[in-house]
Ligand binder design. Sequence first.
Ligand code: NAD
Ligand code: KPL
Length: 305
Amino acid sequence: MTMTWHVLGAGSLGSLWAARLARAGLPVRLLLRDRARLATYRAAGGLTLVEHGQSSLYPIAAQTPADSTPIRLLLLACKAYDAEAAVASLAHRLTADAELILLQNGMGSQDAAAARLPRTRCILASSTEGAFRDGDFRVVFAGHGYTWLGDPLDPTPPTWLEQLGSTGIPHQWTPDILTRLWRKLALNCAINPLTVLYDCRNGGLLEHPAEVATLCAELGELLSLCGQPAAAEQLEEEVERVIKATAANYSSMHQDVAQGRRTEISFLLGHACAVAHRHQHELPHLNALHGRLVSHLNARGLPTQ
Ligand code: NAD
Ligand code: KPL
């Protein structure tokens, strides 16, 4: 049976997923914050996806969390700091066999969201795809990538995975999703905060090799401490490779700060430091970096959580 994909968050990734699911003929419902957003969406006539400079409009049905229809499959595509509240607003609509896909970057928000729904299967995702909004309900597909999906509690792939095959969304089911999430968190911790503090593109970090290497060494310690030694393997080499491959890009955190938007600091560097602290393990350079980043955000009036 074809399930309806409920997608919460008509932002960059949510819109990118919703448009491709709808294009493949799958039933999709967008969940928008409130009636005002719903009215604006309806006036726009749907979601616009811009790919290779071509715009296509997808008139996907939308509703608010206050709607009463049951939800069997939910893709949560909000920022990490909104995830817990978002699932709480929908908990009453989830069926007994509901499944939730968590697209948030970093770590910590997935556990918080899952704790709200002890009976719901929560599938974690780690994505290297890139998208940004260039207008209300308009998303530009900016970077091809891959999405890994997995469930740390159950290696059995979900039945809807087959449907994804028809959408052209590059994805793979993995039993090692936690290793992927930790590895991405380590990459983000080694690169993103420094690009904010030095106000540079990723390639600008090639001028700070010693600082990057010290952070990678501490991140490696953290990953081993967390039972993720595979995520620590050749971390510094991969960080260097990513810095070179994305040298011309601004990191996602740099873009957030430059545009005066809240960052996901608590779920990236903040999470890394909090976990080390919980294990009573000293990571002086990561802690100092976190302190510098917090001061930087404070000075710009941006949240530090
Ligand atoms: P975004 O800010 O563009 O979109 C999030 C959307 O969720 C917003 O439209 C917001 O209004 C909506 N939202 C939040 N709470 C809601 C609620 N309760 N009800 C309805 N809507 C709600 O964010 P994004 O860039 O799509 O990122 C989503 C997640 O994916 C983040 O964790 C991000 O780090 C990760 N990610 C993004 C990209 C990318 O290229 N954009 C790539 C990889 C990972
Ligand atoms: O994922 C990234 C981001 O900007 O968030 C990269 C490119 C890996 C830099 O950390």
